[in-house]
Design a protein around this ligand. Sequence first.
Ligand SMILES: C[S@@+](CC[C@H](N)C(=O)[O-])C[C@H]1O[C@@H](n2cnc3c(N)ncnc32)[C@H](O)[C@@H]1O
Length: 289
Amino acid sequence: MSRERWTVLDLLRWTTDYFERSGIETARLDAELLLAHALGSDRMRLYVEHEKPVLEAERGRFRELVQRRAGERVPVSLLLGEREFWSLPFRVTSDVLTPRPETETLVEAVLSKVPDVAEPLRILDLGTGSGAIALSLASELPQAGITATDLSAPALQIAAENADHLHTRERIRFLHGDLFEPVANERFDLIVSNPPYVARSDAASLPPELSHEPEMALFAGADGLDVIRRLVAGAGDHLSPGGWLLIEHSPEQVERVEQELERAGFAGLERRFDLARRPRVVMARWQAE
Ligand SMILES: C[S@@+](CC[C@H](N)C(=O)[O-])C[C@H]1O[C@@H](n2cnc3c(N)ncnc32)[C@H](O)[C@@H]1O
């Protein structure tokens, strides 16, 4: 990027090519998002500003973002400090997992188990991270009482800030602790969780971007099922009779998650599929009592 005059389009072309050569799959999209951010603009506006010259100070800001993206493989969401989920803006930092599109499958699954949105349901989002699931549910279910927990205190802080920003703070209880420990003796109508589910043995083959996300949000023992096993084993003590447990998992884990649920006494198991049509969520009903 050493010449004198650069337009928006020149920078987009140069950066897309550079990102492609660096092995970034979403090269053009990333270039657009980062340039829009550096210019204080948005992606759509860039299209009508293709011929606009970019000032040296703006190029300096952009250059730094481009270097961090290609060199350190920092995810775009962290460079922008924001990611959209369920059409809502979430602030993200390196303390939280960036919410993923496949987790919207989990939100849809929860809503499919709520016949009447006016019901005052008690919902637990276990491992809330940025608050993506809890806050999306709060936006859809105005009468629900929502509890969001996490083992990471810094993550809970971000989730609470996001709730402030989305004006749902007063409807959500944020509690710190391991799995069900912060809700001892409490029962819920729905328990929803996108727990860590990556196997330790997969760490070396993961995309480099994941090294910028919190380990606690990703890894769960040798086979990736350590947290899910504990979650399933404990959930019955915290569900009302007929309540639902909904868990996100990796597509390869679906049978093992179902076995754990059946062994723990759950029934009525249903699968949900993500946009790539892979099994991504299992829903199970608590029949006991
Ligand atoms: C995969 S992330 C999901 C974050 C968010 N719910 C989402 O879907 O974007 C898993 C979250 O669970 C939290 N976590 C991991 N182990 C936990 C535990 N034993 N108890 C409570 N939360 C835990 C992590 O800190 C992280 O925020």
